[in-house]
Ligand binder design. Structure first.
Ligand code: NAD
Ligand code: LMR
Length: 340
């Protein structure tokens, strides 16, 4: 009988050769909050991603079970579960991409900002560990309120002397996923062909879908249709929170969106050209220090932050309207990081 450590060594060789055979570098992805509503399906999707050679699943509880379960899937990624703060360093060490869906979700009647008091501290603690154990990793922040948790992460990294603005991302892919789905339905175009940039931030009116730039373009939509699509995209999270009636917020669609964005980060790291996704990043596109727009991903993370392109009058109004709220959410995050 072979010992557990022999088995781990054996499967390490297997995944090494799998990555090498495919001509790909080995990539380690860590998920923090991996036993949660998003974390579990996201772990499943990352286990299925052929670019992942090592998948590290961390949570304060429950990860041994999730890791054992996911590890039985016959794909190359070697899965390991880590539980409790004393195992966080090992979970993070050597990571190329760290995805953070740790923290509490909304219940009906709450705003994302109502999560600040709990999630700000969680994100701060996890980012402190990232700066210590994998300061070069690309960080994909899912925990809400994203408009504040990304600035918190930036300040934690600055304090630790590890901040690289090219490596910190607020995950806004779910807004793009929703905008694509809603647009395809209304315009009767094939959903798999649709592209819609979504800019600004990730809460209510700060989410600004640019349907004037949607492809395939259509004349079929009236101004009223565009207004309704915009509102539905902005309220997409609330639609799910209300439908789940106290049992949390979007988890499955978010896991899909998180997997799409992490895959784009890995492709960029591996040198695949022209990988572009929307993300909430440090930005000079507007006067605000962080802003979501199209971003080209590469070997160092952000290679280029795209501008907004041509906006309709309606979108120009939306852009001006969102700046006040987004600015104060960013400042709230920065203030928290300095005070704690
Ligand atoms: P959940 O409660 O189901 O899971 C959260 C997990 O985080 C739990 O397993 C919990 O144990 C874990 N956790 C708590 N503190 C931790 C810590 N210090 N270290 C590691 N893990 C910790 O919640 P969920 O539905 O998975 O949502 C998670 C977060 O994602 C929420 O803040 C939610 O608002 C946010 N979210 C963001 C988006 C987005 O588009 N960016 C979409 C959906 C949800
Ligand atoms: C979402 O957009 O679904 C998430 O931000 C979760 C939420 O609270 O709406």
């Amino acid at each position: 009988l072979r010992s557990a450590s022999q088995l781990v060594r054996r499967s390490r060789r297997d995944y090494s050769s799998a990555a090498a055979a495919a001509g790909q570098p080995e990539r380690k992805v860590a998920i923090l909050g991996a036993a949660g509503g998003i974390g579990q399906p996201l772990a499943l999707l990352m286990k299925l991603n052929p670019l992942v050679s090592s998948l590290s699943l961390y949570d304060i509880a429950g990860t041994p079970g999730v890791a054992a379960d996911v590890s039985h899937i016959n794909s190359p990624a070697l899965v390991k579960g880590f539980v409790g703060e004393e195992q966080l360093g090992e979970a993070l060490e050597g990571s190329d991409v760290v995805i953070i869906p740790a923290g509490v979700p909304r219940k009906p009647g709450m705003t994302r900002d109502d999560l600040f008091n709990i999630n700000a501290g969680i994100v701060k603690g996890l980012c402190t560990a990232i700066s210590k154990y994998c300061p070069n990793a690309l960080v994909n922040m899912i925990s809400n309120p994203v408009n504040s948790t990304v600035p918190i992460a930036a300040e934690v990294f600055k304090k630790a002397g590890t901040y690289d603005e090219k490596k910190l991302f607020g995950v806004t892919t779910l807004d793009v996923v929703r905008a694509k789905t809603f647009y395809a339905g209304k315009a009767s175009v094939p959903v798999t062909e649709v592209n819609v940039p979504v800019v600004g931030g990730h809460a209510g009116i700060t989410i600004l879908p640019l349907f004037s730039q949607a492809t395939p373009a259509t004349n079929a939509l009236s101004h009223e249709d565009i207004k309704a699509l915009t509102k539905r995209t902005q309220d997409g999270g609330t639609e799910v929170v209300e439908a789940k009636a106290g049992k949390g917020s979007a988890t499955l669609s978010m896991a899909y969106a998180g997997a799409v964005f992490a895959d784009a980060c890995l492709k960029g790291l591996n040198g695949v050209p022209d990988v572009v996704e929307c993300s909430f990043v440090q930005s000079t596109v507007t006067e605000l220090p962080f802003f979501a727009s199209k971003v080209r991903l590469g070997k160092n993370g952000v290679e280029e932050v795209h501008g907004l392109g041509q906006l309709s009058e309606f979108e120009k109004g939306g852009l001006e309207n969102l700046k006040g709220e987004l600015k104060s959410s960013i400042e709230k995050g920065i203030k928290f990081a300095h005070a704690n």
